[in-house]
Every structure is written in structure tokens, then in C-alpha cells.
Design a protein around this ligand. Sequence first.
Ligand code: PAF
Length: 284
Amino acid sequence: MSTIICFDTLNAMKLYREGLLPEKTIALVPTMGSLHRGHLSLVEHAKSLASVVIVSIFVNPLQFGPQEDFDKYPRSLEQDLALLEPYRPLIVFTPSVDEMYPQGPSRTVITLPSMTRVMCGLARPGHFDGVATVVAKLFNIVRPHVALFGQKDAQQLAIIKQLVEDLNFPIEVVGVPTVRESAGLALSSRNRYLTSHEKDRAVFLYRGLSVGRALFEQGERRSSVLTNEVAKVLQGQGIVPEYIALVDQRTLEPLDVLRSSPAILAVAARIGQARLIDNVVLSP
Ligand code: PAF
């Protein structure tokens, strides 16, 4: 079987899953499509970890606010499948909204209040509840042994790791390093909304974070100093950040001083039509 098999119903996906031999290891790469090299790096990692790799492509309405870009979120299934070709054999799960939410918006919503209502959760109320809920559904449908997520979405990654712990999913959650363009801009499906001038400005998110990381490497541990230095870089470009935060990587609790556990220095900002996020991991 050196091909790409697509399933677009839950039944077909579940039947296939039930038919897999018990010795097979299964990796899930959940995506919303509009794939780029960042996603492909997740698939590549998945291939090195499991014998069967399942990529889900589902633009999840539950994680978009009423004023957000659900309708105009880029959808490009044919192009996505072409990008996945080199990774055959592969299973691609592409359920419709009706398949995933046959009774309309989910009545069950998973929330992790201390983690979903901070950082990006402040500007996007309900977003991470939608993410946690759909990821739990995908976990139950696909029953993978391992699931891979990008480190670029550090808050999402921390929430999913906690969800798996709290709800006893027998799944290993693996974070995969952010893939960047040569100038440093983190790859994101939403980069498509940027003009080339906006792209040049967006690069400064990572430049700012890199200044913060360099200071950390020189021994600086105070959040106020690290975040101020990032802010200065952004100010220089007229970028008004939604937030710049130093938080514990696992719990997302804000830190005044970085002590022994790894932290993330994270930023969110709107540039043109795009709301962009980025982060660097600081490990003492
Ligand atoms: O990161 C994403 O693309 C989405 O939030 C995810 C994890 C696929 C859930 O819809």
C-alpha cells in the first residue's frame, strides 16, 4: 500500500482503524489543511515514530470566533494532497463539519480554564475550548499512539499535553520545532494574508524574540527585562503587540523570574489582516 488513502466519514476512518493489526503504531497529525513546510515537518517526524501515519484535515468551526476568519480560512485539499504525495503511504482523514458535529455545535466543550483563558485565549475567547474539544474527538476517532503538534502554537501544545494527562488518553504528545522562512518568519497558513511589505515587518516578531533569547543566554532571568527588550524591537517597526509574555512552558503560568523549569517567551500581534504568533523556548 504505497498510496494516499482518504477517508471522509467517521465510519470509514473507524473501520480502517479497527482493522489495523495490534502491533502497528499509529501517529496522528491533526491539521486544518492549507499545508506548508511546517506541517510537512510534522508528517516527517510522524513517519519516523510510527508505522501508520494519519493526517487529519478539518477546519474546525468550533475554534473560530464569530468575527474570525472561518469562512475565508484557506482551503486547498487538492494542493494539500499533492504536498503529501512524497510521504506515501499515508492516510488522510477529511471529515465534513456535519460528520464531526452531526447535531450542530458541540454541546460538550472541553476547557482548561487556567490555560485556555490566558495569552491568545484573551483575544480569542473560546478558541482553545474549540481546539481541545476537536482534538479530543479526533483522539477518540483515530485512537493514535502518538500525536504531533507544532511548537509554534506553544499554548495549544501545552493545553493538549495537559488534556491528555487529565483525561488519561493513552497518547504521547510530541511537539515539533517551528519551521521558519530564511529571514526567520514562522511558517503559518495565515502568512497568506500578508502583503510582501507586511511580511518584511512580520519578520521582526522573531527578531524581537531572538533579542530576548540572546539576553537570556547572557544570564538575564527577569521577565520585565526580557519582554521590554522584545517590545523595543517591535516598537521600532510600529508593531503594537497584543501581548509579550514569559510563561512556564508546561502550565502557561506567567513568570516574574525564570528559575528552573523551561519557559516560553511568546508574542502575538496583528500585522495587516493577519494575527500572528511566535515564541522561543528558554531552557535554564
Ligand atoms: O493547529 C491546528 O491546525 C488546529 O488548531 C488543530 C490542532 C488541527 C485543531 O483544529
